[in-house]
Design a binder for this molecule. Structure first.
Ligand code: PLP
Length: 416
């Protein structure tokens, strides 16, 4: 850091301020986490200088012998972490620059423009790249969306009926704001009955799947995509797993289909993160993430809030703020003022506009990485509700900030 501080004080000042923000704020965004110093070292390495279009052993550039080693390690570790426990053989592509890129490659590999696929609708908790009309997935392909039933679980009967009626070529299971366990076998049965492929986007759940505390899609899915930076605790990026017979199509959809040179420094960081996830401590961390989420949901319900779907069975929960008569937008700003970062999120059948919303999404991965256990998480839930109950009270805000500071100082992230 000192060298950047000297060579480019302007950029360093912003980085330094962000480092401080990450230490001093409680991170509640369900899709964020803190990577280890080892992951950041790999990502900050000289591998950023290398062009390596192609795949290990088949590159379009010279000098790729070392990055080949790195990419093979990443592939091997990804298989060991996800495929071996499920007893399946899958090909792995670690090159997608992001989760959306991974999903784009799969859609381009398995569909022709205009073909029908199914994905969870955005307002039910799906991701933009699962068919939202402004996204490439909704613009170039015909998406038939599915949603939730009256219990706010995935409406599997609707999925089945729509699949029978529309005969999609691909069904996507997976979500960005859905707290319950997904029945991947049921999705596979529905997809395969109508001749569709099943793609599971496990981006949100990857880390807790690796830890064995959330169901694995690997025994059932034809293709699995993920991001590497959410629960998985790696650098920002994506990975695609597929049945061996789909490998050629998927690989060429990534390169040369939608990407040029892979980010070898990020692939090195993915390898390091996957190595960390293979260690026994990671399993304990994943167990704690889920225990912390259950404790947080329990505390919020006790204090008068409603959790969409009734509970969480994962790392994430969607909180219905209407009992407290505050919008998602206002709650996000209020929490931010109290040094807690979260994101507003629409709830099913939300009466508010998407930029306002009636909900807020909370997750426990980042808090768990900094060492919070149930006691601290219950305290955080208490601070959240205190703020929501006193949105205009400056004295309460000061008290909350002081209590956040106590927690963040007791549990530093990098500033050990
Ligand atoms: N898939 C799911 C389920 C996600 O939640 C996200 C990100 O929020 C993505 C894909 C996209 O990942 P990225 O932001 O890396 O493109």
């Amino acid at each position: 850091p000192t060298t950047l501080a000297v060579s480019d004080p302007e950029v360093w000042a912003a980085i330094d301020a962000e480092n401080k923000r990450q230490e001093d704020y409680i991170e509640l965004i369900a899709s964020e986490n803190y990577t280890s110093p080892a992951v950041m070292l790999a990502q900050g390495s000289q591998l950023t200088n290398k062009y390596a279009e192609g795949y290990p052993g088949k590159r379009y550039y010279g000098g790729c012998e070392n990055v080949d080693v790195v990419e093979r390690i990443a592939q091997e570790r990804a298989r060991k972490l996800f495929c071996e426990p499920a007893g399946v053989e899958m090909a792995v592509n670690v090159q997608p620059h992001s989760g959306a890129q991974a999903n784009m490659a799969v859609l381009f590999a398995t569909l022709e423009p205009g073909d029908c696929f199914m994905g969870m609708s955005l307002d039910a908790g799906g991701h933009l790249s699962h068919g939202m009309h402004l996204n490439f997935s909704g613009r170039y392909f015909h998406c038939v969306p599915y949603g939730l039933n009256e219990k706010e679980d995935i409406d599997y009967e609707q999925v089945e009926r729509l699949a029978q009626e529309n005969k999609p070529k691909l069904i996507i299971a997976g979500a960005s704001a859905f707290s319950l366990k997904i029945d991947f076998k049921r999705f596979a049965d529905i997809a395969h009955k109508v001749g569709a492929l099943l793609m599971v986007d496990m981006a949100h759940y990857a880390g807790i799947i690796a830890a064995g505390v959330y169901p694995s899609p690997f025994p059932y899915a034809d293709i699995v995509t993920t991001t590497t930076h959410k629960t998985l605790r790696g650098p920002r990026g994506g990975i695609i797993f597929c049945r061996p017979e789909l490998e050629k199509k998927i690989n060429s959809a990534v390169f040369p289909g939608i990407q040029g040179g892979p980010l070898m420094h990020v692939i090195a960081a993915k390898a390091v993160a996957l190595g960390e996830a293979l260690k026994p401590e990671y399993r304990l961390w994943g167990e704690q993430v889920v225990k912390n989420a259950a404790a947080m949901a329990d505390e919020l319900v006790k204090k008068g809030l409603r959790i969409v779907s009734g509970r969480t069975e994962s790392h994430v929960m969607l909180v219905d703020l209407r009992p407290k008569h505050i919008t998602g937008k206002a709650a996000q700003a209020l929490l931010e003022a109290g040094h807690m970062t979260a994101n507003k999120n629409a709830i099913p059948h939300d009466p508010e506009k998407p930029f306002v919303t009636s909900g807020i999404r909370l997750g426990t991965p980042a808090m768990t990485t900094r060492g919070f256990k149930e006691a601290e998480v219950r305290k955080v839930a208490d601070l959240i509700v205190t703020l929501l109950d006193h949105p205009e009270d400056a004295a309460v805000l000061e008290q909350v900030k002081a209590q956040v500071a106590e927690l963040t100082h007791a549990f530093p992230v990098y500033r050990k």
